[in-house]
Design a binder for this molecule. Structure first.
Ligand code: PFF
Length: 458
């Protein structure tokens, strides 16, 4: 395949622009939007976090996303091949980016399995069991067999779609699941917003609260919003390079990236509108209930559903929504690994997918066992799952993003991205913005992200 030929021409890419946008939006919209975004927004001053996140998404997130997608489409390669094509000296960067989905996919599927457990519990009418002080959750993840079974089911679903290929698997499933996901999100949001007392929660969530908000809080909020941006927009881990390599040359790149961004922000904000007011009503306006952090979804929310009329149905619908969002994201993470195996080892799709499943199984079991049989084993004081999350999100992704900015902004030149965008448009409206972002703003932001875990308790 020539350097500028996309995989689409060889018959293994997305069949339409809509297919690309929905698949990439499916990748972006995941646990990050529904589970992580609302609790971060609640922790970092509600509306202030929201505002900062939106500004960063349309500037910083956009610039990185269009760069990665253009890199993929222009080279038509997986993440290792793409970086090597741009500059042979940056081959290592490609490898570093390639390791990230290998680390994330397994534990993401383990959490996907937890979601399936809650979904089946609510669907079977046993939501009451999941309510309480968190004993249900800790006893579930403390077992070995049950979390393994749910993890395997989730992994099998993911790999099955990937085996079917880009157009017949990923694109086809995204075209069905993404509209369902949007309808479910809007439906549940309308329901929770009409609960008595929900308005107070909406105010807390949407209006910036500057009370006791110091400069340090402001910096912490920016760092948290930037971290969330990577996580949520699936940046700096080769996914957008891979999906870009499957994109058709004639489809408008800038418009597509703007649409993906809209999806990602829209679903994150709506997820907050479901969760924050619901928790507010349940706790009688007690803000501390929102500070539950990661356990918000698995401990606080089941209580909320249990206490509301029709909670069994809303709970089921909610966990279907989370499950679908997680599935389309794990598909993109696995596809990135599969594309590397296919290209580097000249494998066919099915063996590459099976090897990916094998790697996920091995690493995923570490995360499962880390909460049960091996709960006394820690790395850098963290359990396996937390450790995988920490090194990928806090260390490796910012490094990949930083070096990518330096490569495109300073070594190769942003013209590289512009030329690719202009393949399918007369104008690149946000070119100057992207240029400034890649050369100056993003590298500084990356250094801040890299340093934050060492200077604060973020
Ligand atoms: N963007 C997806 C999400 O927000 O859940 C998928 C994802 C990719 C999550 C990479 C986390 C991550 F590190």
């Amino acid at each position: 395949m020539s350097k500028t030929e996309t995989k689409k021409k060889s018959g293994s890419g997305f069949g339409s622009k809509l297919g690309f946008v929905l698949a990439a939006a499916g990748s972006a919209v995941g646990l990050g939007n529904i589970w992580r975004f609302p609790y971060l927004a609640a922790k970092y001053g509600g509306g202030i976090f929201l505002l900062i996140y939106l500004i960063l998404a349309v500037t910083f997130g956009f610039s990185l996303m269009i760069t990665e997608t253009a890199l993929g489409r222009r080279t038509g390669k997986s993440v290792i091949g793409a970086y090597t094509d741009v500059h042979p000296k940056f081959k290592l960067l490609g490898w570093l980016a390639a390791i990230i989905p290998v680390i994330i996919t397994p534990y993401y599927c383990v959490i996907g399995g937890w979601v399936l457990k809650y979904l089946t519990t609510f669907a079977a009418g046993n939501g009451a069991e999941a309510a309480g002080d968190g004993a249900f959750f800790t006893s579930f993840i403390g077992q070995t067999v049950s979390p393994t079974v749910f993890f395997l089911i989730f992994l099998a679903l993911t790999i099955l779609v990937v085996m079917l290929g880009v157009e017949k698997g990923i694109e086809a499933i995204s075209k069905i699941l993404m509209p369902v996901l949007i309808v479910l999100t809007i439906g549940i949001a309308v329901f929770t917003l009409t609960l008595d007392g929900a308005a107070e929660g909406v105010k807390y969530y949407l209006l910036p609260n500057f009370q006791n908000f110091t400069l340090i809080d402001f910096l912490k909020t920016i760092a948290a919003a930037m971290g969330q941006l990577f996580y949520s927009m699936s940046l700096a881990m080769g996914i957008m390079v891979t999906y870009g390599s499957y994109m058709r040359k004639e489809d408008n790149l800038e418009q597509s990236v703007r649409q993906i961004e809209l999806f990602d922000c829209g679903i994150a904000i709506l997820a907050g509108l479901i969760i924050v007011p619901a928790v507010f009503v349940f706790s009688g306006g007690d803000q501390s209930a929102l500070q539950a952090g990661p356990s918000l979804m698995f401990i606080t929310l089941p209580n909320v559903f249990h206490s509301m009329k029709g909670g069994q149905i809303v709970g089921t619908a909610f966990f279907i929504l989370v499950g679908l969002a997680a599935l389309t994201s794990s598909i993109s993470l696995s596809e990135t690994v599969v594309s590397i195996l296919m290209e580097k080892f000249r494998l066919k799709r099915i063996p590459a997918a099976l090897i990916t499943a094998g790697i996920c199984l091995l690493l995923g079991m570490l995360s499962v066992l880390g909460y049960s049989a091996w709960d006394n084993v820690t790395i850098m004081g963290k359990q396996f799952l937390d450790f995988f999350d920490f090194i990928s999100n806090n260390i490796m992704m910012p490094i990949v993003a930083l070096v990518t900015c330096l490569l495109i902004g300073w070594v190769k030149g942003t013209r590289f991205v512009r030329e690719e965008v202009m393949e399918s448009a007369n104008k690149f409206k946000s070119y100057v913005l992207m240029h400034i972002m890649l050369r100056y703003v993003c590298p500084v932001c990356m250094v801040i992200i890299l340093l934050t875990p060492f200077v604060t308790d973020i």
